[in-house]
Structures are given as structure tokens and as C-alpha cells.
Design a binder for this molecule. Structure first.
Ligand code: AMP
Ligand code: MG
Length: 400
């Protein structure tokens, strides 16, 4: 059996990064940059005040104190958005607002709180150092500097930066469209009454939400019955419409697990028994350059395999460089035995307390017990065949 790491690496090596497209700045958040951006302008574009106060020559006020204030005459008021019209000469000051352009001659700003102005006579009760409270041309970004490289995830600060660089459009990677198909004769859509032997189709909805959370664009393809012709038809339509296909169910060894045969007709598929619990049987392959993920049917397995395999793959397609959620150590609140020869990804409540994380499992952990995930905010990794006591540490990661 393949280890999770080996299977994931093997899979990720074959995942294509999607081509790029130009998007407007208001439609680019959460996309990944496909070009390098350098600054065509300085930020800020001119020396300006970091405070509301008075632009002065620092030398004029260096000895100012409460008892012995400096006295200056005010030559003008400079508001943000306007250029000064006067120089500041010895013995002079200009009233200046935050972000307003520094007047020639001045080399510092005294904050308003340590001044008093009466009839253009300004008293200053505290000195300033040269350049204090001044923001210099290009101190944030210098013209010509590379500001963001390929692969940069465009979060809100990056969008703000694009605007300050005057980039109304950027080249980003496309986000993957992902078709989702549930398989199984037992599956009943929402709203219909449950006949004997039938269950609700829950995977399709959970996977839809997971694709969105991973930054993909889900396409709901409904339910395929356990019928080879119908399943093949739906899978083919799905592949023609999307960049990737996710199926759930039918990849195990049961008599009606026909998904395997159908997938084999579509492309080159590996049927994997990955040494993990939940989620041992799964399929991964490529058809017409498009990834196909055959997830197990059990609801917990489907969600967990998505999280550990499909999510990183979708991130790679979208151009991301960091594909895995960070892991960290958590201290077990209980003793856990894993008799299995497979790593157990247990659903847990992770809490920060006293400078460390603690982990507590969420009750029964069967692969059909969806509630174990509903209660969880993370996964902990229990290696094969070990007993860990309360107080020992495990690898943990947050989910969602
Ligand atoms: P399978 O891999 O198709 O044998 O399915 C394994 C288990 O998962 C069975 O108990 C199925 O009824 C259940 N299952 C399969 N697909 C779904 C689904 N879409 N929603 C909820 N349970 C499912
Ligand atoms: Mg089935």
C-alpha cells in the first residue's frame, strides 16, 4: 500500500497548472498571479506628512520645551491633495495635514498636540528631529522594484497593492472548474421521500462546498446510478465541461463498484489502496489532460480524502505554490490506540491553551459517522500500530 505522502506526491507531479487570463482588479481576489509586477511609480509619490501638525525646519525647534516654546509664523495651510505654494524659511512653519505634500525648506513635522496657534503666531512646546513624521518618496515601494512575483496569492493586501501600483488588470491563473458526481443506486436527492434501503446523497453537497472552499468552481452533475452506460455518459459530459472530475463511491471491491471500470475507459487511472484510514480505496488519474479523483463513498472518507488529496491538487491547478495546510504538534487529552496498519486521520477538537495546542477526538470515528467531522476543527495523525498516552504529542492540522 502507498503511504499518503508518496501517493500525494505522485499525484501532484501529474497535476497541470491551468493557463492564465486577464482579470480586472475587482474580480481578481483569491486568484494567483501569473506575471511579475514591478512598480511604475514611487509609493508614496512625494514626501508627505505622517501627522496633522506643522511642517518646520527641525533646527528652529530643537530647543523647544514647555517652559521655553519656539515661536514661528505660519505661512500657509497645506491640505492632503494640494501642493504647497510657499517655502518654509527660518522662523516659519506651514500648517500641514496627514498625507499632504511637504513644503520645500521644511524637514520635519511637529504634531499638533504639542503646539498652540493664535493669530498666525505658533508656539511649539517640544522639539523634533530632522525627518521626524515625514514619509519619503518611494519609502514603501521604489519605482522599478519587483513588488509581487508569479505565484503570489492575491489576498486583500495584494489587491490594495495592485491599486497603489495603478494595475487595473492583472494576469492570473484560471481557477479550476470541477464537476462533481455521486454514484450509487441507494442515493436519494433532497426532497424525495426515502424508500426502504435508500439514503440521502450527502457527499455531493459536501464536495461542492469543499471545492468552493479550495478556490475551485464546482459544477453539480447530480447522481449516476450503478449502471455502467449511465455512469459513463455522465462522466463524459462532466469531463467535457470541467477542468477536473470528482466522483464519489464505487471505487471499492463491491459487486456494484462499477466506477472503476468506467474510469478505466476514460483515461489512465491508478486504483490506489492508500495506507490511511479513513479512505483506503481511491482512484486517481488523468483523462485528456484533466485530473479525475475517484473518492470513496463513505461520507467521512470522501471529505477527508478531498482534504488530503484533492484540495492540494486544485490549489496547484490554480497556480498556488503552498499546497498543504501547515501541521503542528498538539498534546493529546486522551490515550489513543491505533491497531491498524494504516495511519489514522482522526477528527479532533484542537484548542490553544497555555502556549500549546491540545487535541481531543470527536467521539465515534467510523467512516460513516459524519458527525465526527461536524464536531471537529482539525485532524490529528495517529501512526500505524501505536498506542499514545494522554500528554503525548501528535501531528495536527486545522480543517476548513
Ligand atoms: P461505495 O464505495 O459506493 O460502496 O459506498 C460506500 C458507502 O458510502 C456506502 O455505505 C454508501 O451508501 C455510502 N455512500 C456512497 N455515496 C454516498 C453519498 N453520495 N452520500 C452518502 N453516502 C454515500
Ligand atoms: Mg456505491
Amino acid at each position: 500500500m502507498l503511504s499518503v505522502e508518496a501517493a500525494r506526491q505522485q499525484m501532484l507531479n501529474t497535476i497541470p497548472v491551468l493557463p492564465s487570463e486577464r482579470r480586472g482588479i475587482l474580480e481578481c481576489a483569491d486568484y494567483v498571479l501569473a506575471e511579475e509586477l514591478s512598480a511604475a511609480e514611487n509609493i508614496p509619490p512625494f514626501d508627505n506628512s505622517a501627522m496633522d501638525g506643522y511642517a518646520v525646519r527641525a533646527a528652529d525647534v530643537q530647543n523647544a520645551s514647555q517652559e521655553n516654546p519656539a515661536a514661528l509664523s505660519v505661512v500657509e495651510t497645506i491640505a492632503a491633495g494640494y501642493a504647497p505654494t510657499n517655502q518654509v524659511r527660518e522662523g516659519e512653519a506651514a500648517r500641514i495635514m496627514t498625507g499632504a505634500m511637504m513644503p520645500a525648506g521644511a524637514d520635519a513635522v511637529v504634531m499638533q498636540e504639542v503646539t498652540r496657534e493664535e493669530n498666525s503666531e505658533l508656539k511649539i512646546f517640544e522639539g523634533v528631529k530632522k525627518y521626524e513624521n515625514v514619509r519619503f518618496t518611494g519609502e514603501s515601494v521604489k519605482v522599478g522594484a519587483v513588488v509581487m512575483g508569479k505565484g503570489k496569492h492575491l489576498r486583500p493586501p495584494e489587491v490594495s497593492m495592485l491599486a497603489s501600483l495603478n494595475c487595473a488588470e492583472v494576469l492570473v491563473h484560471r481557477k479550476p472548474t470541477v464537476a462533481i458526481v455521486s454514484t450509487g443506486d441507494e442515493l436519494t436527492p433532497l426532497g424525495a421521500s426515502l424508500e426502504p434501503g435508500k439514503i440521502r446523497d450527502s457527499n455531493r453537497y459536501g464536495l461542492y462546498a469543499q471545492v468552493e472552499e479550495a478556490g475551485g468552481i464546482p459544477i453539480d452533475m447530480g447522481i449516476a446510478r450503478d449502471d455502467a452506460a449511465e455512469t459513463e455518459r455522465i462522466f463524459r459530459v462532466a469531463l467535457s465541461e470541467a477542468d477536473a472530475l470528482i466522483t464519489s463511491g464505487g471505487v471499492s471491491v463491491g459487486e456494484h463498484d462499477i466506477v472503476k471500470n468506467v474510469l478505466e475507459k476514460l483515461g489512465k487511472i491508478n486504483f490506489w489502496r492508500v495506507a490511511m484510514k479513513p479512505g483506503k480505496p481511491q482512484a486517481y488519474g488523468i483523462a485528456d489532460g484533466k485530473p479525475i479523483f475517484g473518492l470513496p463513498g463513505n461520507p467521512v472518507s470522501s471529505l477527508v480524502v478531498f482534504e488530503l488529496f484533492v484540495r492540494p491538487a486544485l490549489l496547484k491547478m490554480a497556480g498556488h505554490r503552498a499546497l498543504l495546510r501547515p501541521t503542528f504538534k498538539a498534546v493529546l487529552s486522551e490515550s489513543i490506540t491505533n491497531r491498524d496498519g494504516r495511519v489514522n486521520y482522526m477528527r479532533a477538537i484542537l484548542k490553544a491553551s497555555d502556549g500549546q495546542y491540545t487535541a481531543e477526538t470527536t467521539g465515534p470515528q467510523g467512516s460513516g459517522i459524519l458527525h465526527s467531522l461536524v464536531l471537529a476543527n482539525g485532524l490529528i495523525t495517529i501512526p500505524a500500530g501505536v498506542t499514545l498516552d494522554a500528554g503525548e504529542t501528535v501531528d495536527a492540522q486545522f480543517l476548513f
